[in-house]
Design a protein around this ligand. Structure first.
Ligand code: PGA
Length: 249
């Protein structure tokens, strides 16, 4: 089963309108590989601004949303609202949500399940911290995080899993292609054993953590790396090269 290469940009809490105009300009100029699906994660306030300006081959995504449709949850947005403005993607479970804002596996799983039920597509993020890797707990952690939401997912066709080792995010310490491939392969095996073979074969597992224009091509060659989630470099024209990392593979 072929998995379309997927590159997500995660702008995090960055950008103002002039900066966003600059990003849109380099996305427009591209050219972007037509065989890669491209989604950019935009601060909620700018979602409509970006929606109206992005080239047609790039989709805008929210960076977070809550686990219910509406109610007394000050400061939150819901999947229904994201759908209401005509958008279809959300990033959930990012390590910054987990580690800075205290989101646990159960909350992340509830959010993912609700977003899927409301018809969104989800970039579901997992990844171990440095001390967990050093303690030999990488597999245990990523399996636990994956199981929490896998148990609640009915339709996997709108799920992309982003493996982002926390020690690699924003640090300049990218996982080597070998390190990343090792975890991606194990995750695919986990999906085979615990969900089903077709989900294992069909689900995109993308890598995130200090992906750059320099290291993306080598990472893209790994058999189980189906794309990237890109933070810092998604704000720069280098992002175009990352989108095109799989061209010719
Ligand atoms: P980075 O961030 O590319 O800046 O390391 C990745 C992410 O947090 O998704």
């Amino acid at each position: 089963m072929s998995r379309k290469f997927f590159v997500g940009g995660n702008w995090k809490m960055n950008g103002d309108k002039p900066t966003i105009d600059g990003i849109i300009e380099f996305l427009e100029n591209g050219p972007l590989d037509p065989d890669t699906e491209v989604v950019v994660g935009v601060p909620a306030l700018y979602l409509e601004y970006v929606r109206d300006r992005l080239p047609k081959n790039v989709c805008a995504s929210a960076q977070n949303c809550y686990k219910v449709a509406k109610g007394a949850f000050t400061g939150e947005i819901s999947p229904a609202m994201i759908k209401d403005i005509g958008l279809n993607w959300v990033i959930l479970g990012h390590s910054e949500r987990r580690n800075i804002f205290g989101e646990d596996d159960e909350l992340v799983a509830d959010k993912i399940a609700h977003a899927l039920d409301e018809g969104l597509s989800v970039i579901a993020c997992i990844g171990e911290k440095l001390e967990e890797r050093e303690a030999g707990q990488t597999e245990e952690v990523v399996y636990r995080q994956t199981k929490a939401f896998a148990d609640k997912i009915k339709d996997w066709s709108r799920v992309v899993i982003a493996y982002e080792p926390v020690w690699a995010i924003g640090t300049g310490k990218t996982a080597t292609p070998k390190q990343a491939q090792e975890v991606h392969k194990k995750l695919r095996q986990w999906l085979w054993d615990n969900v089903c073979p077709s989900v294992s074969k069909g689900t995109r597992i993308i890598y995130g953590g200090s992906v750059t224009a320099e290291n993306c091509k080598e990472l893209a060659k790994a058999a189980d790396i189906d794309g990237f989630l890109v933070g810092g470099a998604s704000l720069k024209p280098d992002f175009v090269q990352i989108v095109n990392a799989n061209a010719g593979n």
